[in-house]
Write a protein that binds this ligand. Structure first.
Ligand code: 6GU
Length: 227
């Protein structure tokens, strides 16, 4: 999968893909992430990319010309399955949407800033608008990093342990069980004895029951969706 990202602050995207699973996915050739600096497409001495909004009001809008020029250049090189604008008024990202998006070959992500994109860019180029939750960030870069992190781990071969990828689908309708590591007794608190029993089948059943209980307690909405 190749992901191109158009960003106002490309520096914010320098580190997120250089560690752990995303780093390994890139080294293995499963994932390619290329960040494009929108300012390079601005005109004049100051390489202007934002301007006051028509009709007045606080906050700048990204000028359509630099964004269009950048998208045109990228689209001349490859066909994108989706052109995704990261914006708080987009459809909310969840595991199901991440699963679907992870099946694509080429994605183009556009990070807004200030008031965001000129509406005409949204109408003409954007095929999908995605939000990472109901709160507002001042730019889309961190949201793009989260989207890439959600997709990268789903690419076949990205995880060491393939059962972890299956677990993802499980997580779609239930929260995970609880986890423990050594020591078996931590400051007087013991690990549930079943986990030390060596009975794999019984452990699986116990974990499933834990997940169900925790889902009922923490995220009853997930069970509503399934039923
Ligand atoms: Cl995708 N962008 C911005 N700027 N804020 C957000 C968001 C995206 N998702 C939630 N808040």
């Amino acid at each position: 999968m190749r992901i191109d990202i158009i960003a106002v602050l490309p520096e914010l995207l320098e580190s997120p893909f250089q560690h752990s699973i995303l780093k390994r996915a890139q080294q293995k050739g499963l994932l390619e992430v290329v960040v494009h600096d929108l300012r390079k497409f601005g005109k004049g001495k100051h390489r202007q990319i934002d301007d006051y909004q028509y009709g007045g009001g606080a906050g700048m809008v990204l000028m359509p010309e630099p964004v269009a020029t950048c998208i045109d250049q990228l689209q001349a090189e490859r066909r994108y399955d989706e052109v995704i604008y990261l914006t708080p008024d987009g459809e909310r990202l969840d595991q199901g949407k991440a699963n679907q998006l992870s099946l694509h070959r080429n994605l183009l992500l556009i990070c807004g800033h200030y008031k965001g994109l000129d509406e005409r860019i949204r109408e003409h180029y954007v095929t999908r608008e995605i939000s990472i939750g109901d709160y507002v960030l001042s730019g889309g870069e961190l949201a793009a990093a989260i989207l890439v992190a959600a997709l990268g781990r789903l690419l076949p071969g990205a995880l060491f342990d393939e059962t972890s990828a299956l677990f993802v689908f499980f997580f779609y309708d239930m929260v995970s069980t609880e986890f423990y590591t050594r020591p078996a007794d931590f400051r007087g608190r013991a690990v549930p004895p079943i986990l030390l029993s060596g009975h794999d089948r019984a452990i699986d059943e116990w974990r499933h029951e834990q997940s169900l209980q925790r889902t009922r307690q923490r995220r009853p909405d997930l069970l509503d969706e399934v039923e």
